[in-house]
Ligand binder design. Structure first.
Ligand code: AMP
Length: 410
């Protein structure tokens, strides 16, 4: 079975092709896709950078002059069956497609087969995810045109958090907010769910008996408190702006600041949106970079704002881990994943230092990046600390296989 996964974003599309038929590795581990491709519109208006590479080591990179996302996607998919990166004879060999969809609202607690009704829901949720859901929907429609009636599924970033209890999901504004759908949805659910399952596997424990705090620390950052395999609390909220400090997003700030800026400096909604999403976080405080590596380099050159940005990032991370700990009433393992979570020993050490009072100890010999998932806690640590490479595309492909197997009767 060949499964195409598409992660269509506002300025870039990422895609992978998995071949489940020819898998020779263990069923539990994430296989390498036989092909990966990317489109990036962020460099110059009217141009898209296309890159594709195969597991066998072939790759291409080119710039296409077009504004049309459909045309970009068509060019990308051609690299699957033409030229040096060819891995299939034609697009008709694709058995199913899985789409990452950012917002599924209150409607979905799991991945679903795409139907007209599901597409309408994704469309209706555009006001809640204005830069993501339209790109997701466009990707779905382009692939429908290109592949005909090949089964497609939607895997929602919000779905894993559908289990949040009301007290964690409700904002303490007027009750009408809840009635209007203004509530905590949570995001990065595909990643939190994948790393939680993988953590149980690595610990050789039943997920149903574990209390986990999963830390997805990439460009966007969020934590989830996972009890008996279910998300019971999370830091992102109504939008992916809530919670932790991020690369260029502020995370939680006093909403009174926004009222103040609107009244005293005449800020519009769009200006506040830009300020909080693009000019805040590590970038806004340091003035140097939204990338932790740039911030750390600047600290080495004695840049005090870069030092403050790192201190603030760690302070907020520790504080929110503390909040998840309280929601869970204990923790068996802390899990780090995504760009910073997988690659920054500095973040592991600084975040964990606050939790020594729990008996959590890191193993100094293991504080190095590794291509493998690893347990970096000392043998006598009362809490395990895992670094797990998130595999969102593989998680989507697995859901796709489960929902689209011919024997599932759909
Ligand atoms: P992601 O969104 O998961 O791709 O994560 C991207 C972010 O991960 C970057 O903006 C960096 O802040 C961070 N990152 C990636 N590699 C490293 C590294 N080696 N050390 C520290 N941070 C890293």
């Amino acid at each position: 079975m060949k499964i195409l996964v598409l992660n269509a974003g506002s300025s870039s599309h990422k895609s992978s092709l998995f071949d489940l038929t020819s898998r020779t590795d263990g069923a539990g581990s994430a296989p390498t896709p036989i092909w990966r491709g990317q489109l990036d519109w962020s460099h110059q208006a009217g141009q898209v950078e296309l890159s594709a590479h195969t597991a066998a080591g072939e790759s291409i990179q080119e710039v296409i002059t077009t504004d049309s996302r459909q045309e970009g996607l068509e060019c990308l998919l051609k690299t699957l069956h033409q030229g040096s990166t060819q891995v299939i004879g034609s697009l008709s060999e694709i058995d199913a497609v899985g789409h990452r969809v950012v917002h599924g609202g209150q409607n979905y607690s799991d991945s679903v087969r795409l139907t007209e009704a599901v597409k309408t829901t994704i469309h209706d949720l555009i006001p809640l995810a204005p830069s993501h859901n339209p790109a997701n929907l466009e990707g779905i429609e382009v692939l429908e045109q290109l592949l005909g009636d090949v089964p497609q599924i939607a895997a929602f970033d919000t779905a894993f958090h559908a289990s949040l209890p009301a007290a964690a999901a409700t904002y303490p504004g007027p009750y009408e907010w809840w009635e209007k759908g203004i509530r905590r949805y949570g995001f990065h659910g595909i990643s939190h769910k994948y790393v939680a399952r993988r953590a149980a596997e690595l610990l050789n424990r039943d997920l149903a008996e574990l209390k986990l705090i999963t830390c997805h620390l990439g460009n966007g950052c969020s934590l989830a408190a996972i009890k008996e395999g279910q998300s019971i609390d999370t830091t992102m909220g109504f939008t992916p702006l809530d919670g932790l400090m991020m690369g260029s997003r502020s995370g939680s700030v006093d909403p009174g600041i926004l009222i103040h800026l609107m009244r005293s400096e005449d800020y519009s909604a769009d200006q506040l949106d830009h300020l909080l999403n693009k000019e805040s976080g590590l970038l806004g405080v340091s003035g140097v970079s939204n990338d932790l590596r740039g911030v750390v380099d600047a600290i080495a050159s004695q840049n005090p704002r870069a030092q403050l940005a790192l201190d603030l990032f760690i302070h907020r991370l520790r504080r929110e881990i503390g909040a998840m700990l309280a929601s869970l009433g204990g923790v068996d393992a802390l899990v780090f994943t995504a760009g910073m979570g997988e690659n920054s020993p500095l973040v592991w050490e600084k975040a964990c230092a606050a939790f020594q009072f729990l008996g959590l100890r890191l193993d100094p010999a293991k504080l190095e990046r590794s291509p493998d998932d690893q347990d970096i806690a000392a043998a006598d640590s009362a809490v395990r600390v895992l670094v797990i490479h998130t595999q969102e595309e593989w998680a989507i492909a697995q859901d796709c296989a489960a929902l689209c197997q011919p024997q599932s009767g759909q």
